[in-house]
Ligand binder design. Sequence first.
Ligand SMILES: *Cc1c(COP(=O)(O)O)cnc(C)c1O
Length: 416
Amino acid sequence: VWHPCTQMKQHEIVPLIPIARGEGAWLYDFDGRRYLDAIGSWWVNLFGHANPRINAAIRDQLDKFEHVMLAGFTHEPVVELSERLGKLVSDKLGHCFYSSDGASAIEIALKMSFHYWRNSGRPEKNRFVSLQNDYHGETLGALAVTDVALFRDTYSPLLRHGAHVLTPDWRYACAGESPRDYALRAAAALEAHLDEHHAETAALIVEPLVQGAAGMGMYHPDYLRLARQLCDAYQIHLIADEIAVGFGRTGTMFACEQAGILPDFLCLAKGLSGGYLPLSVTMTTHAVYQAFYHDETGRGFLHSHTHSGNALACRAALATLDIFEQDNIIEANRIKANYLNRAAQPIALHPKVKNFRHCGMIWAFEVDTKDPAFAGEFFQAALKQELSLRPLGNTVYFMPPYVINEQEMDLLVAGT
Ligand SMILES: *Cc1c(COP(=O)(O)O)cnc(C)c1O
């Protein structure tokens, strides 16, 4: 097995942890040790491991059928999921195109946006803008709109680079500048860029409210509100990459709600299936859909992924949405977030900790260190405290499953 995002040679000294089973917020190895999954297995797990309700839904589907190609065929789980996502987000974004990974959902949004403009007689609109430090996945198209040097620079000759505009992440604000003032300054920089480049720009792509891979950089929702206005004014699509922040992570079901805006494309993955199975979706508007709807085959969106709309994954997603509704999760998370905020005060006040911040069910802080080995050493030390925590550089963050209880939050804070 060649492991993801890993220099394999490091495993000569650091062993992998084989997992035997999971239950709730915990992972168990074969030696009786357990680890609190405090980063939700790379930001996907919402309702714990081996969740009985999601398991039951998948088992039920398994006895009917597991998968059928979504070209020429359809099935109840994919139709129901699309209808429920449409209701949840807005009927204005009710057209759902399915794929398996987040990066594929991004590729689809980029291709659809360009193709929309092409079908509308404006093929010159074929460039993309994203935020400085944004992350949108590792495939070549997604990497071209990503701005994380470690992941991107090696492959630079293969990429058709997009532009990156000033990030609204308030860690970059000047002394005395409020997060909102800084967001307004970043929006002005976006306006300047679009003013010059709107004629060749198809879309702006953003990670709404939290730039995950950048080290959980957080920003004021007014940036999104202004970005939406600018996109309308300059006739540019807005692509919201809610792959990490969707499904309650920022305190609302979707981050865009906090700015009162709707994007033209909404990309969802990770928590969509409760973190169970690879499932992603690109949701879009009727205007976009209509631009492809034609007698001519070539005007259609001739893009496919083999497992598009996989029935087992859709059932996991439906069971996940049931839990949100039945257990009033958004409200319950607010209470949990308040608890963890209070419990985490000793971390926030620690002399080596900077920028302690929180947005919904995401917490992050920088550790005052120049040690390049910090992230790896912290990961190892956290394991000894029964915690799975994987810092991004010197940024430590928590993204726990929503089933985490008060006792587990206390363990998380004490161990950290
Ligand atoms: C994880 C992530 C992606 C990529 O998703 P994959 O499923 O890993 O391809 C894209 N955008 C954001 C914001 C992400 O967090």
